[in-house]
Design a protein around this ligand. Structure first.
Ligand code: CNA
Ligand code: ZN
Length: 246
């Protein structure tokens, strides 16, 4: 059975830790996930199948931008969790090489992580669906908050943030796969491992795979061990085992 003592031991002897994170790492910061007890699939505050579907976006973008206004306002005022900070510390110590994230909340960067592969994209930029004109975060955010649907200055087309919708190709997958193949320890944190192809990444790992996640998971990765507990509690324990003085 995997526990925090064993996990701390694995972290200590690894040099190329790779973390794959999902929405569960950010729930403690106040951002709802999809499939957790207060997730969007449960509360139906927004319907993820419509909100993040590219065909729905092109049919009626108001559904997505209602969510986006809410999300951007939330993200601006939330702070990274202890676990985001811990992963940034492991990177600074040279133990962790990269964070592959399915999240679009920017909290890894806010916590100080440098090598972040955002396979589902981010809000940091946007592009016009009509003419392809690029928009910076500030410009995009201003338009999202000011208009029901943000329109392009050049062609009046709809501007879409560069996040990956259902029906669109994921980003940085080659790099993510290569990182996974180099991993001597692969941590899947706060992800139900149900969204493909990101959910395939653990199986490429050269080292042990440990999932830190509560709740129902997708297809089991062969040989994966799990700690089914609260994420911040797990990493607070791991951190105090590794550096008892902190
Ligand atoms: P998911 O399918 O919602 O899974 C999250 C998992 O985390 C669930 O199994 C939860 O039970 C578990 N969980 C939540 N909180 C905790 C906690 N404190 N301790 C332990 N376990 C916990 O999310 P995935 O990321 O796997 O699904 C992929 C989608 C969700 C990605 O495309 C994300 O972009 C998308 N998403 C991202 C955000 C964000 O950026 N913060 C928010 C909501 C959804
Ligand atoms: Zn345009």
């Amino acid at each position: 059975m995997m526990n925090t003592q064993k996990l701390a031991g694995l972290i200590q002897k690894s040099h190329h830790i790779v973390a794959l994170t999902g929405a569960g790492i950010s729930t403690a910061a106040g951002i709802p996930d999809f499939r957790g007890p207060n997730g969007l699939y449960v509360t139906h505050r927004y319907d993820p199948e419509k909100t993040f579907d590219i065909d729905w976006f092109d049919t009626d973008p108001r559904i997505f931008f209602a969510f986006a206004r809410d999300f951007l306002t939330t993200v601006d005022r939330v702070q990274p969790t202890q676990t985001h900070v811990f992963l940034a510390e492991l990177e600074q110590q040279g133990l962790l090489q990269s964070v592959i994230t399915q999240n679009i909340d920017g909290l890894h960067q806010k916590a100080g992580s440098r090598n972040v592969i955002e396979v589902h994209g981010s809000f940091q930029r946007g592009h016009c669906r009509g003419c392809g004109h690029g928009y910076s975060y500030d410009k995009l955010k201003h338009k999202i908050l000011a208009e029901e649907v943000p329109h392009c200055d050049c062609c009046n087309g709809v501007i879409k943030p560069d996040i990956v919708f259902y029906g669109e190709a994921v980003q940085g997958m080659d790099e993510a796969e290569s990182e996974a193949r180099h991993a001597d320890l692969f941590l899947a944190i706060g992800t139900s491992l149900t969204v493909y192809p990101a959910a395939m990444l653990p199986q490429f790992s050269s080292g042990p795979v440990v999932s830190i996640n509560r709740g129902t998971m997708g297809e089991v990765v062969r040989g994966m061990e799990s700690i089914e507990r609260n994420i911040d509690e797990v990493f607070a324990e791991v951190r105090s085992i590794l550096s008892p003085s902190l």
